[in-house]
Design a protein around this ligand. Sequence first.
Ligand code: ME8
Length: 515
Amino acid sequence: MSRAYYITTPIYYVNDVPHIGHTYTTVVADTLARYHRLCGDDTFFATGNDEHGEKVAQAAEARGVTPQAFVDEVAAEFRSTWETLGFSFDRFIRTTDADHRKNVQNILQQVYDAGEIEFREYDGLYCVGCERFLTDRDLEDGLCKDHERAPEKRSESNYFFKMSAHFDWLVETLNNQPDFIRPERYRNEVLGMLRDQSGLEDLCISRPKERLEWGIELPFDSNYVCYVWFDALINYLTAAGYPDGDGFERHWANVDHLIGKDILKPHGVFWPIMLKVMGAPIYQHLNVHGYWTVEGRKMSKSLGNVVSPLTMRDRYGFESFRYFLLREMVFGLDGNFSESALVARNNGDLANKLGNLVNRALNMTARFCDGQVPSPGTPGASEKSVADAAELARREIDGHLSALEFHRALESLFAFVDRVNQYVDERAPWKLAKDPAARADLETTLYTACEAMRVIGVLLAPFLPEAAAEIRRRLGSTTEARMEDAAWGQLQPGTATTKGDPLFPRFEEPDGAAS
Ligand code: ME8
């Protein structure tokens, strides 16, 4: 029986256009979703947009349009970009969706009825960038650390979620489930926040309408709208069909959240406590990745160094960019993007290793075997070692993906590509072709090279779905890949093959890049 699996990305704010950061998280989620589907798991993948809150209201006002018109436009752009890039999401959720608004109101009422929300007077320093009141810890020289601007002094009556009553429970949960938040450094970070609770208090979950109208109205007080984070986190439930949609319970029982380190506190502290209070099962894993810098610098609109996935696609092809993102970043640590590093990865791994293998295996099959997969003779020690290497790659990829080590999974896959290239070099089919007595050896060699390519076309599918499908197509298969197909020896002799263009073009070093 297949296992259920649910993977989420953060829902991105609509006051920005899709960039390398959003693309990275979504590429990782897409890779995991595709891997689980490959393994036959009942997989659900959700992404979307976070559309309420003060920042959005301000951005709409600056553009002279209503918030609804503004979010409709930007959400359409996000969605179409994600579709253009081929992400395989099952639901694109928007927090303005009717089912989501209803869920947020029902949950608020439930939590209020349970006595977990209280009305209080509050004075504090508010950062519009963070959409929350700041504490001393959030400040450096009087400025918000994240947004480098001065917060505003505000005094308001508001509703508070009595979150602090549950901190001890959360510490216990983190201690009992070591992989609840991973990698471990982020679990420790959350434990640190909970230990010295200076940065944590009860959570203000309302905004008076006189200040902000753009949000979901509190069901128990129409003078207020819901705080954007309380609304946004609930998206993960709505997207999977909460409360009684088809498959909701199954998927929710196996949910993996994926986020960047910037939003650790709401996901590591607010969210598990919200789930506990509403009586829903707590998520399985919170997976936290690091931040991309660009040519060694923080990415920002003012520096003009924001990397767009569509620009990268136009310049290098999206899969080359996708490969770079997965191969270059160690999940959990920060990574640096540079076009010259992307070009080096593209030329070195994709064009020279993988592209070259596909190219020569198919060219020689065309030349020496009329384009048909030949019959293998009895496999010798080197054929067996290639078959063993295929199985090792499959096992290693599985282990690395379970540990979120995408770069190592690709290293294992490319170690197999290297092994096959080495095998072809050793067997030198171009020499065997000159000797009629070596015909059986030639056929065994080309069969082995094509079979290895077929297995690569399966194992590569979660990472580079288009290139993988193209490899399988050139070997006569147009069906979706399944993990069972990665077992050695399934390629049928006599299968017609197609040569095709180079799988990955080589690129010149970009102008001005360090060599
Ligand atoms: O925080 N490097 O949305 P957001 C890596 N709406 N990842 C990056 C990145 C970078 N330089 N920049 C952004 C929000 N990201 C909320 C989320 S969820 C209930 C609500 C990615 O548009 C990374 O995944 O600011 C980060 O966590 C997310 O975009 C923040 O997206």
